[in-house]
Ligand binder design. Structure first.
Ligand code: HSE
Length: 440
């Protein structure tokens, strides 16, 4: 059978990885897919460089629309990124009847509803394994492998840059700013790392996993997003003393009255496998009612790991190319006419436990006042750690850090208590609040 023909939009890191892996493993991929898969056309603004990378048999153009307009192209792979031209090109490819493979989490998390509806109407597939956790086949697991389950929650380290920074902060006892500069100098973090360090990239990925896990539309605008920029070395050290590590987690959870969708730094018990995921690695835990807890670990970025996911999508599409569109695997795991309208809860309704660090005057009754406020609000304490006085203020009084771990409570209630604590004259600095996840 004639090989399936692929057009690549963007010959950057992932594009070149896709090209290389497809060439290297072409025989085995063909045996799996049932026919050959060939990249026959590439669009890249740097035509000469892309041509040199692709070899003489690939047609390289600067205008992506030429790829979409080519009737021989069956699948368009969008590796441009962002919401702008990438969105237009994906919609144009769908309108032209092409299947689409994309690694663009930002595009799908924000405009997924429009894109999947267009693909459904046109009877084409939009595949996005590479959009979440790079080479880890987590989309496949959520959409197909775990399809028997009522999924209860998904929690993952889904941003390698921030996990690298947090690992360095813990290993070297350094603050965030210092490690970020070092990560940029070494080329681990982007020159503009905003999406990574502010949690936006992880929230795009968590949004996609939430839709797949619970059969709800993609709703990035409802996600709670908090990054790692305010974390200090002291909190990482105290967390360690209490038996926890701090990780930036993307969490989505089904609860009685809706779905939680949130990205924020979290204390995770040190003995938990995910707490030991270090450096730029990714890991995702999924809890299903039948299977229990499952864990997926691997490289969340990089040329060939991401290419591995892109090619898996190319093989899937090749296998299903001639199937009746109604009999294909639905884009978001659930049939489009069977989506749920479970609402995404506001953060004030999320129930979790907390790590609190308070800079207080080291004098009689301070701890009693703090614990009294928690007791009044019926918030139960799990552990308290008080350091020896370590600083003398201008007024001559001793100051110290008090760390309190709470049991589960509603965030809205926690915030009310924190507002009262903050007003106490013996609380000398803004209180640090970090959420805690036991993941069991
Ligand atoms: N910037 C992402 C990360 C990789 O650091 O994990 C691409 O999603």
């Amino acid at each position: 059978m004639k090989p399936i023909q692929v057009g690549l939009l963007g010959m950057g890191t992932v594009g070149s990885g896709t090209f290389n892996v497809l060439q290297r493993n072409q025989e085995e991929i063909k045996r799996r897919a049932g026919r050959g898969i060939e990249i026959t056309m590439v669009a890249d603004l740097d035509v000469d460089k892309a041509q040199a990378m692709s070899g003489p048999y690939v047609k390289v153009v600067s205008d992506a629309r030429q790829v979409i307009a080519n009737p021989d192209i069956d699948i368009v792979v969008e590796l441009i990124g962002g919401y702008g031209i990438a969105k237009a090109l994906v919609l144009e490819a769908i309108a032209a009847g092409k299947h689409v493979v994309t690694a663009n989490k930002a595009l799908l998390a924000v405009h997924g509803t429009e894109i999947f509806a267009a693909a459904h109407a046109k009877g084409v597939m939009v595949a996005f394994e590479a959009a979440v956790a790079g080479g880890i086949p987590i989309i496949k697991a959520l959409r197909e492998g775990l399809t028997a389950n009522s999924i209860q929650w998904v929690a993952g380290i889904i941003n390698g840059t921030t996990n690298f920074i947090l690992s360095e902060m813990r290993d070297k006892g350094l603050d965030f700013d210092v490690v970020l500069k070092e990560a940029q100098r070494l080329g681990y973090a982007e020159a503009d790392p905003t999406f990574d360090i502010e949690g936006v990239d992880a929230a795009h990925k968590a949004t996609l996993m939430s839709a797949l896990a619970f059969g709800i539309p993609v709703q990035f605008d409802k996600a709670y997003v908090e990054g790692i920029t305010k974390l200090g070395a002291a909190d990482i050290k105290y967390a360690e003393q209490l038996g926890y590590r701090i990780k930036l987690l993307g969490i989505t959870k089904r609860v009685a009255n809706g779905v939680e969708l949130r990205v924020h730094p979290s204390l995770v018990p040190t003995q938990c496998l995910i707490a030991n995921v270090e450096g730029a690695m990714n890991a995702v835990m999924v809890q299903g009612d039948a299977v229990g807890t499952t864990l997926y670990y691997g490289k969340g970025a990089g040329s060939e790991p991401t290419a591995s996911a892109v090619i898996a999508d190319l093989v899937d599409i090749t296998r299903l190319h001639t199937a009746d569109p109604l009999n294909r695997v639905p884009h978001l795991a659930f049939q489009p006419d069977a989506m749920s309208n479970l609402k995404i809860l506001p953060m004030t309704d999320v129930v979790t436990s907390y790590y609190l660090r308070l800079r207080v005057a080291d004098e009689a009754g301070v701890l009693a006042k703090l614990t009294g406020l928690l007791a009044e609000a019926n918030i139960s304490i799990d552990a308290v750690l008080q350091r020896e006085a370590d600083q003398v203020s201008k007024a001559g009084e001793n100051q110290t850090d008090v760390i309190i771990l709470t049991h589960d409570t509603r965030e809205g209630k926690m915030n009310e208590v924190l507002a009262k604590m903050q007003l106490l004259p013996t609380v000398m600095a803004p209180i640090t609040k970090i959420r805690k996840e036991e993941l069991n």
